[in-house]
Design a protein around this ligand. Structure first.
Ligand code: GDP
Length: 444
């Protein structure tokens, strides 16, 4: 996940000072030096860092901080707020027209994730905002971009308009506008062609399309992994096309984060979305305040809850909750929950969003969690339906058969039975039953 080492270093830098009852020039300078280094190491633009440190210093030396009861914590807040200022004061949103069809042009260099982002945003607008969306395949340069958009469109049940790769993109766009009007669409998203590098041909083509479509928004996709290149690319696109927003992709990689932290203050173009995976649901609205909290290890429980609401199957959760209220928790429920955990994606990313849990992240190995979940799923799937609902029937011969079926040791089967029993005990406690034997819980 992006920002990992920045987050770690910044935390170290402010940890010392947050506990200090008194601010001295010495501890303040030490902290600022560390903050400066962490930002530079994360590849934040030099001038941005310089201004950042000056701002923090000026505010931290203000009378209000000096007179406060806990100056150390006030300084931490100043650093956090300054990071939010870098990322943007307010949330930026798509400029929907009050009436008529809103048009959105997606632009970006090849491989940044423009086509995927077009589909992700289409899905987001359909699901969250109940918009009637039309996707238009105007990337006639990259081979297979049209087919890719069609496949994505099918997977999210959103119509894709195309006239094929032989028709000039502008002509496709012209006809798409008419098509959308006839079918009362609210939003038309144009996936345009990219290039490996910025060149005049690309910019002229995009300008021509802009002239025709008169987009309400032009969103540029930039790849978080390219660091400060984000700033260079955003600057050029902005000069030529006056872009209205950014979609930062590949935040699931180990990008250092400097590009994202620099781009707003240099170009004044806001980030609207970040994407952190290849799947269509891997798109998040960008909230500068929540991101600032996440970077400083203060967690982001709001996003976690939102993701849970979106990704989890609520019917399954309600069914399990109901069964638990009745004191029932069997292997079938456990199997359901494994499926739900997998839907939420990486355990590490989930922990990062829980305030105070950031430090646990390094102790969790996502691959190990996945392996162990896979193994446990195989064990449950090797049981008969009767065994799954009636775990108490599992005696030696059944356990042997299950272990063989799942390709694991009997010990693994026993371990899973043990875990289930502990869950059952918890269920009973939650229902106001007797306290369980604490020894049994200690090895959970
Ligand atoms: P385009 O040339 O800009 O249209 O790029 P694509 O949409 O085809 O994306 C290029 C590659 O990046 C594809 O393999 C995508 O699956 C992948 N990709 C896009 N967004 C993300 C993301 O947020 N995370 C990861 N890991 N991969 C992504």
């Amino acid at each position: 996940m992006a920002f990992e080492s920045l987050s770690e270093r910044l935390n170290k830098a402010i940890k010392n000072i947050s506990g200090q009852g008194k601010l001295t020039e010495k501890n303040m300078n030490e902290m600022l030096k560390e903050v400066r280094l962490s930002l530079l190491e994360a590849d934040v633009n030099y001038n941005v860092v310089k201004e950042f440190v000056e701002n923090v210093k000026e505010k931290a030396l203000g009378q209000e901080v000096m007179d406060s009861l806990n100056p150390g914590q006030m300084v931490v807040k100043i650093v956090r707020d300054e990071i939010q200022t870098l990322l943007g004061e307010e949330d930026a949103k798509i400029n929907f027209k009050k009436q008529g069809i809103t048009t959105l042009m997606m632009v970006g260099l090849q491989g940044t994730g423009k086509t995927t982002a077009s589909a992700k945003i289409a899905r987001y607008c359909k699901q969250k905002l109940a918009k009637r969306v039309l996707l238009v395949a105007c990337d006639v340069v990259r081979p297979a971009a049209i087919e890719q958009l069609q496949t994505l469109g099918k997977s999210i049940d959103i119509e894709v308009f195309t006239l094929g790769a032989q028709t000039p993109a502008v002509e496709t766009a012209r006809q798409a506008m008419r098509y959308a009007a006839d079918r009362q669409k609210d939003l038309v998203i144009f996936d345009t062609a990219g290039r490996l590098h910025i060149d005049d041909e690309l910019m002229n083509e995009l300008s021509e399309m802009k002239e025709l479509v008169k987009p309400d928004d032009i969103l540029l996709t930039v790849d978080a992994m390219t660091g400060q290149d984000i700033v260079t690319v955003a600057k050029e696109f902005n000069e030529r096309l006056s872009i209205t927003g950014l979609v930062v992709t590949k935040m699931d990689g180990d990008a250092r984060g400097g590009g994202l932290l620099s781009v707003r203050s240099i170009t004044n173009v806001p980030v609207l979305f970040v994407s952190s995976g290849e799947k269509v649901e891997d798109l998040e609205e960008f909230h500068p305040d929540r991101m600032a909290d996440r970077i400083l290890g203060m967690g982001d429980i709001v996003t976690l809850v939102e993701q849970a609401q979106e990704k989890l199957d609520m019917e399954v959760q309600q069914k399990t909750a109901k069964r638990m209220q009745q004191g029932v928790f069997t292997f079938n429920d456990l199997l359901d929950q494994f499926g739900q955990i997998q839907k939420m994606g990486s355990m590490q990313n989930m922990l990062k969003m829980i305030p105070g849990m950031g430090k646990m992240v390094n102790k969790i190995d996502d691959d190990q969690v996945n392996d162990s979940m896979k193994k446990n799923k195989a064990i449950i799937l090797s049981m008969t339906p009767f065994e799954r609902e009636n775990p108490s029937c599992l005696k030696a011969s059944r356990k042997n058969r299950i272990a063989k079926g799942a390709g694991v040791k009997v010990m693994d089967v026993n371990k899973l039975i043990n875990q289930l029993e502990q869950m059952q005990m918890l269920t009973k406690v939650m229902n106001g039953g007797k306290m369980p034997n604490m020894n049994a819980l200690s090895n959970m």
